[in-house]
Design a protein around this ligand. Structure first.
Ligand code: NI
Length: 178
């Protein structure tokens, strides 16, 4: 496995609709393995292929990366290829989201409280999963990536502009430290 380069806002690949995967083969599985390693290395809970420069409909998530003491550890990784939301609850929730492509920032975003997703797994088998609350939020965030949508695109223009200013400051101070 190898850690992949992360593409950050405003790279155009993050705003492109990703292509469906036609065949789950070893090349795709290698990408899934590398994406998971990259996600763990950067302490993310989800990662979409466009974030590593691959415009394909592939995501990895792991929302159970804490032990009882709140320490970080790999939990239950999930691989989803061509994920499709086939059910959305009427209820919505607000959740504070961050993104590895928008480092150091977070904001509250409204999402569906529960969803059902159909996808192909690591072996190319069709699966369905129901998710509620936090896992549902992570899934919606990552599936958005496949449609070229970032969480900041779901904020009001005012909030989005404020966040982008903070991102610029964050990047400047990061560069000074390097
Ligand atoms: Ni993200």
């Amino acid at each position: 496995m190898s850690k992949l380069k992360l593409y950050e806002y405003p790279h155009p690949i993050l705003h492109k609709k990703a292509e469906r995967v036609t065949k789950v083969d070893d090349e795709i599985r290698k990408l899934l393995d590398d994406m998971l390693e990259t996600m763990y290395a950067d302490k993310g809970v989800g990662l979409a292929a466009p974030q590593v420069g691959v415009s394909k409909r592939i995501i990895v998530i792991d929302t159970e990366q804490r032990d009882e003491d709140g320490n970080y550890k790999p939990g239950r990784p999930m691989y989803l290829i061509n994920p499709e939301i086939i059910y959305k609850s009427e209820e919505k929730i607000l959740f504070c989201e961050g993104c590895l492509s928008i480092p150091g920032q977070s904001a509250e975003v409204e999402r569906y409280e529960s969803i059902k997703v159909r996808y192909l797994d690591y072996d190319g088998k069709e699966q369905e999963i129901e998710a509620t609350d936090y896992p549902a939020v992570v899934l919606q965030h990552e599936i958005d990536h496949l449609d070229g949508i970032l969480y900041i695109d779901r904020l009001s223009r005012l909030k989005r502009n404020m966040l982008l200013k903070k991102l610029e400051k964050y990047r400047n101070s990061r560069e000074e430290q390097e």
